[in-house]
Design a protein around this ligand. Structure first.
Ligand code: RB5
Length: 149
């Protein structure tokens, strides 16, 4: 499994904790920035990670900003991306099982590192259930095709 990571300054510290965790689990990843706590713009990092995931260079993305909101909204503008903002483990497995989410977004100012790491593990270890959920995900793709020129 290959994971693409990104954050703005507001998510930088939590991203560092997640990187340590992925290293401890021998999960392959690349950090697409930001690399310091200097103020920056979350859409820049959302786009880098979302394009990598959309192009299937990585299986999943993890994006973190202060709230997780701006970075998830930005990632969802890239065709093929289903970025889910999750601050609990129920949402983390449900969005994999039902929405086939390919990016997990979180907010460093919302969730502590212990819970965030549980959310990451839950997201990465859950499987899409297909069946009726596939029909619904296909409808998301149809909306995307209709409106994203
Ligand atoms: C940065 O201050 C903050 O606005 C950003 O990290 C994020 O919370 C936006 O949605």
């Amino acid at each position: 499994m290959k994971v693409a990571l990104g954050s703005d300054h507001g998510g930088y510290s939590l991203k560092v904790e997640i990187i340590k965790h992925l290293e401890s689990k021998n999960i392959e990843f690349k950090d697409f920035g930001t690399y310091t706590e200097e103020s920056c713009d979350y859409p820049d990092y959302a786009e880098k990670v979302a394009v990598e995931v959309s192009n299937k260079n990585y299986d999943f993305g993890i994006l973190i900003c202060g709230t997780g909101i701006g970075i998830s909204i930005s990632a969802n503008k890239v065709p093929g991306i289903r970025a889910a903002l999750c601050h609990d483990t129920f949402s983390a497995h449900a969005t994999r099982e039902h929405n086939d989410a390919n990016i997990l977004a979180m907010g460093e100012r919302v969730v502590g590192p212990g819970l965030a790491i549980d959310i990451v593990d839950t997201f990465l270890n859950s499987q899409f259930e297909g069946d009726r959920h596939a029909r619904r995900v296909n409808k998301i793709t149809e909306i995307e095709k209709k409106y994203c020129k």
